[in-house]
Design a protein. Sequence first.
Length: 210
Amino acid sequence: MAEESTKLRLAVLASGQGTNLQAILDACQDGKLAAEVVLVISDQEQAFALERARQAGIAAQWLNPRQYKGRTAYDAALRTQLEAANVGLIVLAGFMRILGKDFVENFTGRIINLHPALLPSFPGLHAIEKAWQHGVRYTGCTVHFVDTGVDSGPIILQRVVEVLSEDSVAELEQRIHAAEHEILPKAIQLFAEGRLQMDGRRVIIKCSNP
Ligand code: GAR
């Protein structure tokens, strides 16, 4: 019981399939991640991420942007939910909505985002397709702290994925997703262990205590 209460409380924000949410849930279940997902929020009613949360017995909420007058009101509602759930870390796992400056500044250092490219290359939407079309030999994925720019915050972890000549976008996407499912829980675990230290925009990963 005492152990439960010391676990890092996570909120996961997702707009789509939620395979990365699932990777987090699995890592928690397998004891690889000392955290618990306490809330899943989506801006999309049909996001399968919400269904995954419900199946895992986790509070799942659709926060419909159409019910709010603009970004500020939406972000305020989001903030209320996150504060009520007393979350220690907010994980953007395929959340396809830009968060406003006030929201981000309020949670600075406590929001991380997953991006399907090696930032700072290919920020924004359709990153996998853009990298494929550009003809890069290597792409990958990035977990980074969120700042007020788009996909511009300090980088925590990256994983390189080779682009094979015969790859279709779908094949490349599959391997990038597999890499994401590894690095996202790892980055959260580093945060949970208090091992991420900021040095300007560089993130230092401190050694684990023996
Ligand atoms: C992931 O590939 C993530 O990197 C991407 O959305 C996907 C969500 O997959 N995020 C972005 O493109 C954000 N710019 P999932 O719903 O299966 O976890």
